[in-house]
Each structure stands twice: as structure tokens, then as C-alpha cells.
Ligand binder design. Structure first.
Ligand code: HMG
Ligand code: MG
Length: 283
């Protein structure tokens, strides 16, 4: 058996948040339930953000209440502030994520705060989550390029990743938010970040706008990363990242990892989930 590489399924959150059609909670629940059978350890299925900013995620509490929780699976949600954390706790999520950016432009557009303000806002959220017994994951967006500020320096990514790590995030997911990264840029970025945070506590989060996401997964594997975020059926985009296409498709990552000799877990149910996800897409 090959070395295990984990796929963190983010389709029900990152995937669906950008869909133009308001998807009924029942459809989202059916997708999460199908994904639960596919054998993921972690599934991000909710986001307790302002419904004015991301209307699609307004049903998050309903989704969390409706899913059938499989034993051993961690059902995750985004929590940008204390209000979000309170809602996540009420919905009994298993883990939460705070999400910052390596670029000022995207930070402003996405969460209406500078990078420094966002880190100040996250600190009490991380502390309260951990006090409540919830693991906290951290995201850094725009780890290579920002739709507003252009290219982002690897040192800047490392700085934000370190801040989230010091806040107690058990893992930092590095987001190529607009999906334009090349493997060379990913390697350079990871050379800086792994100087601050061990590779074992990093995850790769690649959108696939430029069609290089699988190559970027390989570049990150070579740098020691063993967790990758992906969205079933290639769902996705980000409402505050103009032009961002879907996350790299889970089934494509699973196939690439298998071809490289890695173990990722079950594949059979994944095709059913991918078909279901594709039907949910607007365009
Ligand atoms: P703000 O407008 O500065 O917040 O937004 P505020 O505190 O001034 O509150 C404004 C209103 O929002 C108030 O309501 C609050 O109650 C409400 P009003 O009094 O006007 O009726 N509010 C909330 N409602 C529900 N849940 C909450 C919440 N907080 C405030 N948690 C805020 C700041 C962060 C809330 C806003 O900017 C926001 O919600 N942003 C979320 C944006 C988002 O979800 N983006 C997508 C996720 S990130 C992503 O996809 C990238 C990632 O995949 C990695 C990658 O690819 O790079 C993770
Ligand atoms: Mg994303």
C-alpha cells in the first residue's frame, strides 16, 4: 500500500458558495450524505458568514441539522468572526476554519478587513473555538496571485501562515484562490512557508482556472504536503475572486494520486457524488 494522502472535501462549501442558483438545503444535504459514504475524513459543508455577502451559505444551519453524520467524519464550517463561531457551535460542527489572505486587496474584498485587522479578529475566534473543544483550521488565500494586487510575495504568505499557526490552527490550507498558479510558483511559495510552518501542518487548496491544479498538487507533494482540498465534480469558485473557476475536482486528484502510487481511500461512491455535484451546477 502506498503512502496515504488525504483529500479534504470542500465541495459543499467552496464548491456551492459561488453557484448563482440558490440551492435548496435538501439538495446540499443529499450531496453531503453521499460524500459521507465516500470515505472522507473531513468534509467542509457550511459557512457561517453574512448572508448578505454570500447568500448561498444562508442555509448552513439547516444543512448541518439535516445531514446524517457518519462516525469518524469531521464536518467543518467557516467562521470569520465570533458571530459565525456562535452559529457554528449551535449547529454542532466538528471543526471550524478562520480564513485570511496573503494580499491586502483580497482581504478587503472578501472579509472587509485589512490583513492585520483580520488577524486581530481571528484570535478570539480561535481561542473560543479551542476552549469549546473544536479544532481550528486556517486558510490563507491568494498564496501566489491576487485578483486585485497581482503577484504575491512568498514571504508574505509565510508571514500570514505563521500568524495562523501561532494562533493554534492545527493545519493551514494554502489557497490558489484564482487558480492561476504554476508549479514553479507553488514550489517557491512553499519554500518560504515551510520555513515557518512544518509541511505536515500544511494543505494545498488549488482552484483550476489555469488548468494547472493537478501539476500544482504534484509540486506540493514534492515539498512534503500530504493533504489537498478538492471539490467533487470540480464545483466552485469564490464570490470575491473574479474569474476564479472551480476547485480542482476531487475525483481528478484521487486519480492523479493513485497514478503516483498514493493511497487516498474509496473511489466508487465518488463517481456518484461527482454526478450529483455536476447536476447542481448552473453553468
Ligand atoms: P462586515 O459587513 O464588515 O461585518 O462583514 P459587520 O460585523 O459590520 O456586520 C455587518 C452585517 O453582517 C450585520 O448585519 C451582522 O450581523 C452581519 P446587519 O446588522 O447589517 O443586519 N454578520 C453576520 N451574519 C451572519 N453570520 C456572521 C456575520 N457576521 C456579521 N458570521 C464579514 C464582515 C466577515 C462578516 C463579511 O465580510 C463576510 O461574511 N464575508 C464572508 C465572505 C466569504 O464567505 N467568502 C468566501 C469564503 S473564503 C474562500 O472561499 C477562500 C477559500 O476557499 C480559500 C481560497 O480559495 O483561497 C477559503
Ligand atoms: Mg477556495
Amino acid at each position: 500500500m502506498g503512502e496515504f494522502v488525504e483529500i479534504f472535501e470542500v465541495g459543499p462549501r467552496d464548491g456551492l458558495q459561488n453557484e448563482a442558483r440558490l440551492i435548496p438545503a435538501a439538495e446540499k444535504i443529499a450531496l453531503v450524505d453521499c460524500l459521507s459514504r465516500a470515505g472522507f475524513r473531513r468534509i467542509e459543508c457550511a459557512s457561517f458568514v453574512s448572508p448578505k455577502w454570500v447568500p448561498q451559505m444562508a442555509t448552513s444551519a439547516e444543512v448541518m441539522a439535516g445531514i446524517r453524520r457518519a462516525p469518524g467524519v469531521s464536518y467543518a464550517a467557516l467562521t470569520p468572526n465570533m458571530k459565525g463561531l456562535e452559529a457554528a457551535l449551535a449547529a454542532k460542527v466538528d471543526e471550524v476554519a478562520i480564513f485570511g489572505s496573503a494580499s491586502e486587496g483580497f482581504s478587503r474584498a472578501n472579509i472587509n478587513a485589512s490583513i492585520a485587522e483580520s488577524l486581530e479578529r481571528f484570535a478570539p475566534v480561535a481561542e473560543a473555538a479551542r476552549a469549546a473543544g473544536l479544532p481550528v483550521r486556517g486558510y490563507v488565500s491568494c498564496v501566489v496571485e491576487c485578483p486585485y494586487d497581482g503577484m504575491v510575495a512568498p514571504e508574505q504568505v509565510a508571514k500570514v501562515a505563521r500568524a495562523l499557526h501561532e494562533m493554534g490552527c492545527y493545519e493551514i490550507s494554502l489557497g490558489d484562490t484564482i487558480g492561476r498558479a504554476t508549479p514553479e510558483a507553488v514550489t517557491a511559495m512553499l519554500q518560504a512557508v515551510t520555513g515557518m510552518v512544518p509541511a505536515a501542518q500544511l494543505a494545498g487548496h488549488f482552484h483550476d482556472t489555469g488548468g494547472r491544479a493537478l501539476d500544482n498538487v504534484e509540486a506540493a507533494l514534492a515539498m512534503g504536503l500530504r493533504v489537498f482540498d478538492a471539490a467533487v465534480g470540480g464545483l466552485g469558485g469564490c464570490p470575491y475572486a473574479p474569474g476564479a473557476a472551480g476547485n480542482v475536482a476531487t475525483e481528478a486528484v484521487a486519480d492523479r494520486l493513485a497514478a503516483l502510487g498514493y493511497e487516498t481511500g474509496g473511489r466508487a461512491v465518488l463517481d456518484e457524488a461527482a454526478a450529483m455535484a455536476r447536476k447542481m451546477r448552473t453553468g
